[in-house]
Design a protein around this ligand. Structure first.
Ligand code: NAP
Length: 316
């Protein structure tokens, strides 16, 4: 891949898209394209097709999606299924039509069955039932993986799917209803500390095991994918290490300096008991994560403190 190749990052204002943009810009890629939702609604097939015919990118990174935590997914099944299907279909189809040679589809670890053997291997895809709370989003992502696989098989193009574990970092969504667990905890502990070390109420039992990857590591993985020709369609991206939600809460409590109690609200759903990626395929391909969890949370908390007035709160 040349530094002057035209690279379109769909969703470049989102947490992941923005991190990919920063990474590629820093590495000297000169022709990055990004358009806001106001300029191009990715749900509009005609407009997306026209945009591709005009811009003719060589590489497309699909970091645009409707993204949210357990409760948002559970309460809004239709947009989590349909918006994601429509956005990815438009991007994949237009890429094929416009002769895009490299397409990077970003999915999520929730594509794997709820009870799949841990750590989750790529081969576990479609071997069992999905976690009910986010099955809508997962189904859309599975369709995206399969669309890329079909193009690879039929047209021999390097359309690849990267499945990140839970991501966190700058520009995350810090809304307490729709966010993922890690940014929600950062905000809750910080605000409870500011209010005089009030108790912090957290969702679920604290026992599920989760893995977290800093979004700058994810951006490195995407850059690696741009510069690598893959022999297969599907690759997990994570750290290969997990911890309980309780241990995560204690780590964030320490980093934010909160000294009050933690109360677990077991009326809220826990989700899958464990979600750890087997990252050996990506490691063999030549990439591994480098940002440790404690360092990653410290820098994200710092970003949160510096962006109090403007951090993102997604409402559904
Ligand atoms: N966050 C995670 O923990 C995580 C984990 C695994 C995988 N991923 C995957 O990574 C990708 C990016 O996630 P993210 O966390 O960066 O999400 P995000 O911050 O919500 O960013 C998504 C981006 O998509 C754009 N978008 C959504 N609908 C659109 C539409 N109809 N037209 C144009 N743009 C639209 C959004 O635009 P607006 O800014 O206008 O809303 C936003 O810029 C997704 O595929 C997600 O599945 C994320």
């Amino acid at each position: 891949m040349h530094k002057h190749s035209k690279i379109y990052i769909a969703g470049h204002k989102g947490m992941v898209g923005a991190a990919i943009w920063r990474n590629l810009e820093k590495k000297g890629y000169q022709q990055l394209i990004g358009v806001s939702r106001q300029e191009l609604d990715l749900k509009n097939q005609t407009e997306v097709s026209r945009f591709f015919a005009q811009e003719k990118p060589s590489v497309v990174i699909d970091a645009a999606a409707k993204v949210g935590g357990i409760l948002a997914n559970n309460n809004h099944p239709y947009p989590f299924l349909m918006d994601n299907l429509v956005i990815q279909n438009n991007l994949i189809e237009s890429s094929l039509e416009a002769g895009v040679e490299k397409f990077i589809f970003l999915g999520s670890s929730c594509i794997y069955p709820k009870m799949a053997e841990q750590p989750l291997r790529e081969e576990a895809l479609l071997t069992g039932s999905l976690e009910p709370t986010n099955q809508w989003y997962a189904l859309a992502k599975i369709a995206g993986v399969k669309a890329c696989e079909a193009i690879r098989k039929q047209y021999q193009k390097d359309y690849v799917s990267l499945m990140p574990t839970n991501l966190y970092g700058p520009f995350d969504n810090f809304d307490l209803e729709t966010s993922h667990v890690l940014p929600a905890m950062i905000r809750k502990f910080h605000e409870a500390k500011e209010a005089g070390d009030q108790p912090v109420k957290l969702w679920g039992s604290g026992t599920p095991l989760r893995e977290f990857l800093h979004v700058d590591d994810m951006a490195e993985a995407v850059c690696f994918a741009i510069e690598t020709t893959f022999s297969e369609n599907l690759y997990n991206v994570g750290t290969g290490e997990d911890l309980t939600i309780r241990a995560l809460a204690e780590l964030i409590q320490k980093i934010t300096g909160h000294r009050g109690d933690i109360i677990w609200d077991s009326s809220k759903p826990d989700g899958t008991p464990r979600k750890l990626m087997d990252v050996s395929k990506m490691t063999q391909a030549g990439w591994k994560a480098s940002i440790g969890l404690e360092d990653g949370i410290k820098s994200t908390y710092q970003w949160f403190l510096e962006n109090q007035a403007t951090f993102k709160e997604v409402k559904i």
